[in-house]
Design a binder for this molecule. Sequence first.
Ligand SMILES: NC(=O)c1ccc[n+]([C@@H]2O[C@H](COP(=O)([O-])OP(=O)(O)OC[C@H]3O[C@@H](n4cnc5c(N)ncnc54)[C@H](OP(=O)(O)O)[C@@H]3O)[C@@H](O)[C@H]2O)c1
Length: 255
Amino acid sequence: MTTALVTGGTSGIGLAFARRFAAEGRDLVLVARDRDRLAAVAGDLIDRHGVGVEVLVADLSARDQLQSVADRLGDASRPVDLLVNNAGFGLKRRFVEGELAAEEQMFDVLCRAVLVLSHAGAQAMIRRGSGAIVNVSSVAGFTAGGSYAAAKAWVTTFTEGLACELRGTGVTATALCPGFVRTEMHQRADMTMRSIPARAWLDADELVAAAMADVRRGRVISVPTVRYKVAALLARKGPRAVVRRVTGSRPRSRH
Ligand SMILES: NC(=O)c1ccc[n+]([C@@H]2O[C@H](COP(=O)([O-])OP(=O)(O)OC[C@H]3O[C@@H](n4cnc5c(N)ncnc54)[C@H](OP(=O)(O)O)[C@@H]3O)[C@@H](O)[C@H]2O)c1
């Protein structure tokens, strides 16, 4: 029996990972802030699949709570074989106009938590000679889409470097770069997504199935679906001035 730790495992992409791992018979450690929701998801997965589910209530933007999750990853008596750094959120406001505190909180969850948990997870996995780390990034990381995109660019580059360091250890690292996925993320951020065509949206379960196929192949960057592979290629290889014009914030109209 193997164990997977999923941050943000109560909703959206994280919940899809948790459901898939439970269906495969893996035990789970789920991390999120909402205690009642964690308990409800854990109860459901235990009932459906008979796996062990441990819950850790932690706000990953708080250093002490993040450290408690890192300590769990480092506990040699309860090894974690698969780490999915997934928890995250977006902000509706433009960077300059928004509150810096909210930006710092997003940076801490999207980047610092990934840094700290990858460190703890990789060290423990290397000692055992096996394991996999999946860091949920985004195709936004190839664009000029503000501080969220910058954080995801960091996640992708960081994961590439980690994967290089891990070569020959039996441990892999994969940056999962989805396009738009139907989850609670945009609603939580009060973002209106009406302009996004229906065909652009991905299903979280299908996304996770494709991601885990890439993890098994040892892929370092996973961009599920042909349409987002093409979008990522254009954003990565296209002239940056064009990428900025298409994906960057519009200048504020002056009256
Ligand atoms: N949806 C998309 O279109 C999309 C596209 C590309 C990448 N992504 C990335 O996918 C990841 C998952 O997002 P999602 O779309 O599945 O969002 P979601 O449905 O809103 O789920 C977010 C999860 O993260 C947890 N979380 C949020 N802030 C947290 C914090 N401070 N500490 C601990 N847990 C926290 C939430 O639980 P609590 O609220 O209980 O803490 C929840 O379980 C994110 O990294 C996001 O950037 C999403």
